[in-house]
Design a binder for this molecule. Structure first.
Ligand code: PLP
Length: 392
């Protein structure tokens, strides 16, 4: 059967092979520990589940406005004002089926063939593929440990062309866990304003920052607010990955175009999930605070344990729930040609599933998620340490 060129051009997720292998081992009764999770291991707070149930009983089971119910748009408007002092109108809010869907619609609504989107390495895997699906051109900007995996105006300047349309910024970052400071964002904002670039600011991990604070680049000036699309959602902040609610705040013409696309594709975000998201934003912050404390403790425990593994380097991440160590030397000393091969052997021999950095554009690194209990995480890292000690 014919498959479209458009879809053939999409790179399948490189993590799928590891996930499939890990699932097979588990099915055989092997005690595999997964450090690959891209989602919180908590359940959604009861209060949110109850509100969603009540909404269903009250008949909220029908289609809604394509870009979201007014109650959710208002809750998002209040949140953006309260958290960042950013004031939006309902016409500047688009709610979709998760931030992933929102990003998809945004690229579809804004890119023409050949438009370039600047994406810093390491990047969340879907950015490049979604840009390609919108016939745009992802332009990958290398960063490494030396620049703490962050871009600067100097780096961007090497990649900007007259076809550049957008810059993607993801802070806190998946996979590096890095968080841009106010000073770093101000330097970027000055450059972005001068070049009149559009910014896509993916802030989905904003509640998971441990040593500093999350600053929304849109809040730095009126011009930055005009030029930025802030992407966020409840998946990571309220342990609601399965509910599929994300949103975008930005230019109303683009929001309208994204809404038109939705009206002919998914119709509207799932109705009870929208009411659940209203409940999430109307809750006090006790859940997000305690959740942040738990991940903060896990981050510290995971980092300390990780650093017992010889021949690796890792910058201590400030946010999200990932460590992104460099295993190049370690893999070589263990006799592997690549970090990908090391990752496969770790799964096959000591039953720990991790995600190779190659999928994020950083083939020397490994992404380790600490979205699991400290006991399991410590056991997994101990297994990797013993594996390395045995091979070297
Ligand atoms: N952005 C980043 C950086 C992510 O890591 C994810 C999920 O893993 C998303 C966006 C999408 O989140 P969702 O579609 O669940 O709202």
């Amino acid at each position: 059967m014919q498959i479209s060129d458009r879809i053939k051009n999409v790179t399948p997720s490189q993590t799928l092979a590891i996930t499939a292998k890990s699932r097979d081992l588990k099915a055989q009764g092997v005690d595999v520990i997964g450090l690959g999770a891209g989602e919180p291991d908590f359940n959604t707070p009861d209060e949110i589940i109850e509100k969603a149930y009540e909404s269903l009983k009250a008949g909220k089971t029908k289609y809604t406005a394509a870009a979201g119910i007014p109650e959710l748009k208002n809750a998002i408007i209040n949140k953006m004002d309260g958290d960042h002092g950013l004031k939006y109108q309902p016409s500047e809010i688009f709610v979709g089926n998760g931030a992933k869907h929102v990003l998809y619609n945004l690229f579809q609504a804004t890119l023409n063939p050949g438009d370039e989107v600047l994406i810093p390495v390491p990047y969340w895997v879907s950015y490049t593929e979604q840009v390609k699906l919108a016939e745009g051109k992802p332009v990958i900007m290398p960063t490494d440990e030396e620049t703490s995996f962050k871009v600067t105006p100097e780096i961007i300047d090497q990649y900007i062309t007259d076809k550049t349309r957008m810059l993607l910024l993801n802070s806190p970052s998946n996979p590096s866990g890095m968080v841009y400071s106010r000073a770093e964002l101000e330097a970027l904002a000055a450059y972005i304003e001068e070049k009149n670039l559009i910014v896509v600011a993916d802030e989905i991990y904003e509640t998971l920052v441990y040593d500093s604070e999350h600053i929304s680049i849109a809040s730095l000036s009126n011009k930055m607010k005009e030029n930025t699309f802030v992407i966020n959602g409840v998946s990571k902040s309220h342990a609601m990955t399965g509910w599929r609610i994300g949103y975008c705040c930005g230019n109303s013409d683009v929001v309208k175009a994204m809404t038109d696309l939705t009206s002919h594709s998914t119709s509207n975000p799932v109705t009870p999930s929208q009411w659940a998201a209203v409940a999430a934003y109307e809750m006090d912050d006790s859940f997000t605070k305690s959740y942040n404390r738990t991940f903060h403790e896990r981050r510290d425990a995971a980092y300390d344990k990780l650093m017992e593994i010889p021949y690796i380097t890792c910058i201590k991440p400030e946010g999200a729930f990932y460590l992104f160590p460099n295993f190049k030397e370690c893999a070589e000393r263990c006799g592997f040609e690549s970090v990908d091969d090391f990752v496969n052997a770790v799964l096959e021999e000591v039953y720990v599933a991790v995600v190779p950095g190659s999928g994020f554009g950083s083939p020397d690194n490994i992404r380790l998620s600490y979205s699991l209990s400290i006991e399991d995480m410590t056991e997994a890292l101990e297994r990797i340490k013993q594996f390395v000690l045995q091979k070297t």
